[in-house]
Ligand binder design. Structure first.
Ligand code: DGJ
Length: 728
């Protein structure tokens, strides 16, 4: 049993292999959080943790319900804090009631524990069989307002994962305006942690930032409509001495793709409150009588063995219990995308030339990117008009898809269905279908506007427009792009009091569209993209089989981007392509071999004009493809160990170990060669104990590789090397 209710102590103990999460009903109105950390089985003593927590400081109020014990929820660890009473820290829940009051008090009513995990209506979420997980639901109620809250906790015992979400139900007579409803809030009785998160920009995604918690608050958010390039919906609290393979760390990841907030508040007593959920800025949800609202899911991972183990828990959970469909846990095809090869300048002949050459080289899929539809010859027109650009492709997209398929490789197609160009038939027909505020000018991003996916008819249009193209049957893959931030967020049809719901309703609309397309076309492999990695998040991973990690295809920059992304996201989902030099984003020239090896750390492909490459490069491409076909199962489905970080020095080393531990890929990259350092040894991890591996005809014991280390030797600037180890 991974979830236990100890009745005589009113205590809930959520156990995973290595962690315990414990709270209790202290009073029916106070759910006191007691502990989250390394697993403890003998609980004697735990109730005394907070007994003396009120020291009579005059400024601190005492909760009416706790007066006898002289306790204050303002000073204790609280399971799910509300605004309005004595707890002055960031609340997880804040609402305005019919009488104008903003005080929320919830009273424990009941709980149930059951095997498996329920789905979250309309939202992406992890899923589990009855053997894999157990769920606890706690019902809280306030008879004064009629508000019911259900807290949901699921323990994935083997993965050290606890997921959480909250459902609000209005059983009262009057509407309730929810202003803030976090997916999770966790109080720690210490502030001795580092805060780790991923920030960046387009072309510079997922830089790792690690800084100590400070008094007051660290708050990260997106109000851009998507999770965004700027901050990932992920953070970790790590002990000061935590490294890749040692020390405690708590990882938090939100299964959501829209506006979010997360943070950690250190109070005057040096307690820390960590939280995560939909961004409360510009959010208001009117919950009418009888309605319910469910938050996105927060995933919490505990690791006692450093950041590496935390990431592997996320990777295993997301590959096995979040991703779905035919391509779940299956290797991805090697693709060529024509974007950096041709941009908008292509015709049928050019695409067929690329396809023939790709087939000859061993590439398995050709993706036709932007520019095949409407009158699209640049980025100023035609989004929304999802029918063939007959000037470029006079025989139509169906015919091209068939011709490419007849060549013997699969065909994929780019869409940006959430957008509309003002210069499009769709916009001329439905000018009010975009997000906008009547009477205000519409801000442009890449010359385009955003369709209002809070409207069902707009969602239906997108599903039918995309489906009509896919119905030809020869399209095996779609790349679903999204290229601008939200502005003037308003819907033409929603009531004024519901306008602050638009951003979240948009996400619900989008999830609904993706669900219909995924189930309608189960054989189609789906790639997500948002100017690169602008929406590479756990929410989207429920629908997309892979992502375009960044529009920056420079191999040296990609080492960092892919390394940072791997903190949460499995490499199986990271699209990574070999592109031309000088690189189109950085102007840098990196050797072909290095470009190949960097791309092999993810979902491998090409993004250059292979009809114009030299004979030597053609031979190199053939060799790269052969090599990747040999190793892709290890990279895509194995365990990642990050050995040396590009954020700490000039060398980066990442290791992939097959699940059976028989094969190991050790990728080594050097940014700038450092001379006169005698430190080229790296210690491998995760090998089969007491065994021997062979690499380049030499034999090495596990003991030697893991403890003494393997000499990777010196490389030149911007170089890469792959060492393959096989168990003998
Ligand atoms: C942005 C994407 O990130 C690129 O890969 C490419 O698909 C362009 N959009 C096309 O407009």
């Amino acid at each position: 049993m991974s979830i236990e209710y100890i009745a005589d102590r009113n205590l809930f103990h959520i156990k995973t292999l290595n962690s315990s999460y414990i709270f209790r009903v202290r009073k029916e109105y106070v759910l006191e959080h007691l502990y989250y950390g390394k697993r403890i089985d003998a609980l004697r003593g735990i109730e005394h943790l907070s007994d003396e927590n009120y020291f009579g400081a005059t400024l601190h109020a005492i909760d009416a319900e706790l007066a006898e014990e002289k306790l204050s929820t303002g000073r204790m660890c609280v399971e799910y804090p509300f605004y309005g009473s004595v707890d002055m820290r960031q609340p997880a829940f804040h609402a305005v009631y019919n009488d104008g009051s903003r005080v929320t008090k919830m009273f424990y009513v009941a709980h149930k524990i059951f095997p498996g995990k329920p789905t979250l209506d309309g939202l992406p979420a992890t899923y589990a069989s009855e053997d894999e997980a157990q769920t606890l639901e706690i019902t809280m109620f306030d008879s004064m307002t009629g508000l019911k809250l259900v807290y949901r906790y699921t323990a994935f015992e083997a993965l050290d994962v606890v997921t959480r979400s909250v459902t609000a139900v209005n059983t009262g007579k009057f509407g309730i305006n929810i202003k803030k409803i976090m997916s999770c809030s966790v109080d720690f009785d210490s502030s001795d942690y580092d805060f780790i998160h991923l920030h960046g920009e387009a072309w510079r995604e997922c830089e790792i930032e690690r800084k100590p918690l400070v008094s007051g608050e660290i708050r990260i958010n997106s109000a851009r409509g998507a999770s965004s390039h700027l901050h990932s919906p992920f953070f970790a609290l790590a002990q000061k001495n935590t490294t890749e393979d040692n020390g405690e760390v708590y990882g938090f990841s939100l299964v959501y793709s829209g506006n979010f907030e997360l943070g950690a508040e250190v109070d005057s007593l040096k307690n820390t409150r960590a939280y995560m959920g939909i961004n409360s800025f510009d959010f208001n949800w009117l919950l009418d009588s009888g309605e319910s609202f469910t938050t996105p899911e927060a995933v919490m991972v505990y690791s006692k063995s450093g950041l590496g183990a935390m990431s592997r828990s996320f990777h295993n959970l997301y590959r096995n219990n979040l991703a779905r469909g035919k391509y779940k846990n299956s290797i991805r095809p090697i693709l060529i995308n024509n974007w950096e090869a041709t941009y908008f300048d292509f015709n049928e002949e050019k695409i067929l030339d690329l396809a023939s050459k790709a087939k000859e080289l061993g590439i398995e899929l050709l993706v036709l990117d932007d520019g095949w539809f409407g009158k699209r010859n640049d980025d100023k027109t035609s989004l929304g008009d999802w029918y063939t650009n007959s000037n470029k492709l006079p025989d139509g997209i169906d015919s091209l898809a068939k011709k490419v398929t007849d060549i013997g490789i699969k065909f994929g197609l780019w869409f940006e269905p959430e957008m509309v160009s003002p210069d499009s038939d769709l916009y001329r027909k439905h000018p009010d279908w975009c997000l906008h505020i009547d009477g205000r000018a519409k801000s442009m991003g890449r010359n385009q506007l955003i369709l209002d996916l809070s409207r069902q008819e707009v969602c239906d249009y997108i599903v039918s427009a995309v489906s009509d193209v896919l119905k030809c049957g020869n399209i095996s893959y779609i790349k679903w792009d999204m290229n601008r931030n939200f502005t003037e967020i308003g819907s033409a049809v929603l009531a004024p009091e519901r306008q602050s719901e638009v951003a979240h309703r948009y996400m619900l609309g989008l999830y609904g569209i993706l669900e219909r397309i995924k189930t309608g076309f189960p054989d189609v492999l789906m790639e997500g993209c948002a100017s690169g990695g602008g929406r590479f998040d756990a929410g989207m991973m429920h629908y997309f089989d892979q992502f375009w990690t960044s529009d920056n295809s420079d191999a040296t920059d990609r080492v960092k981007i892919q390394y940072g992304t791997s903190l949460v996201m499995p490499n199986l989902f990271m699209g990574a392509h070999v592109s031309a030099v000088p690189n189109h984003q950085t102007g840098r020239t990196v050797p072909f071999e290095t470009r190949g090896l960097v791309a092999m750390c993810g979902q491998f492909g090409y993004e250059l004009d292979i009809t114009k490459t030299s004979e030597i490069e053609v031979e190199e491409i053939k060799k790269q493809i052969q090599l990747y076909k040999k190793i892709r199962t290890i990279v895509q489905l194995g365990d990642l160990h990050r050995i040396k970080s590009p954020f700490d020095g000039e060398n980066t080393v990442v290791e992939f170990v097959s699940k059976d531990k028989k094969s190991v890929c050790l990728f080594c990259f050097t940014r700038m060669c450092q001379v006169q350092y005698n430190s080229d040894k790296v210690k491998l991890e995760g090998l089969m104990p007491n065994s021997v591996y062979k690499c380049e005809d030499e034999e090495y014991s596990t003991d030697f590789l893991e403890n003494f280390g393997f000499d990777i030797q010196k490389f030149n600037d911007h170089s890469g090397k792959l060492f393959l180890f096989e168990l003998i």
